[in-house]
Design a protein around this ligand. Structure first.
Ligand SMILES: Nc1ncnc2c1ncn2[C@@H]1O[C@H](COP(=O)(O)OP(=O)(O)OP(=O)(O)O)[C@@H](O)[C@H]1O
Ligand SMILES: [Mg+2]
Length: 289
């Protein structure tokens, strides 16, 4: 497995949190991880022998056909489920301890906002639950609404926002407690293509600015490539990692210009080959623009 040496995210992390931050303890350490679901109908091996390390500040996407265990892996990392066998550590701790230490921010496919609370109150919720003081809460919320570009909508309710705006609020809420690890399961799956690309740009900027490690599940190859330092390609029955594709794109920032870059197309082709086991039967590059 390639080591993420000088990723854009780890650079941001060092800037944000000092030089010790790029230290040796991975954000996520998974070794020989199995998850078997047993029921009266039989058993399903959702994950088998999964090994994966995610560095602090690194952005890693999981991609693969339906049922290959992406959500299962994310849920195990997030302490929402328990493995059948294997090792799983988050910042060198058990997943449970990481959850108690509020190391996680979690955002899934549906934004999951509370409709009776305003944007600001939704973002504030985890802080309020953990008894953060009022002044500190207010300061953090105003910082976050600016970060997601919704300063003018702080007092709006979720049903007054578009789907993309709601997703941004959900991301802000996930970031409220400055998590060192963000877990995202197809957060942009329900968005139209244009909004989705805008959200990807936002997330790239936000993850670079906060220095959080991200484990991101998606079905979109370009989305995975655009956002990630590495793309983990999985296959089903049993769910396992078939390949890890490192993404090296030019420049520090991931913005729209990256989507036109040769290196971007090459990485997309590499992930597609890993997914399908062979190059697509079309002339290279023709359909990419
Ligand atoms: N709680 C559960 N009980 C029984 N089987 C489960 C459970 N959760 C997941 N599975 C099975 O584990 C396998 C992996 O499921 P998982 O949800 O992780 O797939 P996925 O890669 O996220 O798929 P998708 O892309 O469709 O979201 C599937 O065969 C699924 O049926
Ligand atoms: Mg899933």
């Amino acid at each position: 497995m390639s080591s993420p040496t000088e990723t854009r995210a780890s650079t941001a992390l060092r800037q944000a949190q000092g030089s010790e931050a790029a230290g040796t303890t991975p954000a996520v350490h998974v070794a020989g991880l199995d998850r078997e679901f047993r029921s009266k109908q039989g058993s399903v091996t959702a994950l088998s022998g999964v090994d994966l390390d995610v560095a602090p500040g690194e952005f890693v996407s999981l991609i693969g056909p339906s049922g290959c265990g992406k959500s299962t892996l994310l849920r195990l990392v997030g302490d929402l489920d328990q493995p059948t066998a294997g090792t799983l550590e988050v910042f060198g701790k058990s997943a449970r301890q990481a959850r108690l230490d509020q190391d996680y921010g979690i955002a899934f496919q549906q934004a999951g906002l509370l409709p009776w609370r305003t944007v600001a109150k939704n973002i504030e919720l985890p802080l309020a639950l953990h008894k953060v003081g009022k002044a500190e809460r207010a300061a953090r919320v105003s910082e976050l609404v600016e970060l997601i570009g919704l300063g003018e909508f702080a007092d709006s309710y979720p049903d007054q926002l578009s789907g993309g705006m709601q997703q941004r609020v959900a991301i802000a809420r996930a970031l409220a407690e400055r998590p060192r690890l963000l877990l995202m399961d197809e957060p942009f799956g329900a968005l139209d293509e244009m909004t989705r690309e805008r959200m990807q740009n936002e997330l790239a900027r936000i993850s670079a600015e906060t220095g959080a490690a991200v484990v991101f599940v998606t079905h979109s190859i370009p989305e995975a490539v655009f956002l990630s330092d590495r793309v983990v390609v999985m296959s089903p029955r049993p769910g396992r990692i078939v390949q890890v594709v490192p993404v090296r794109l030019p420049g520090e920032a991931r913005d729209d210009s990256v989507r036109e870059d040769r290196a971007f197309f090459d990485a997309v082709a590499a992930v597609r080959e890993a997914l399908h086991g062979a190059p697509p039967p079309v002339a290279r590059g023709v359909e990419n623009r």
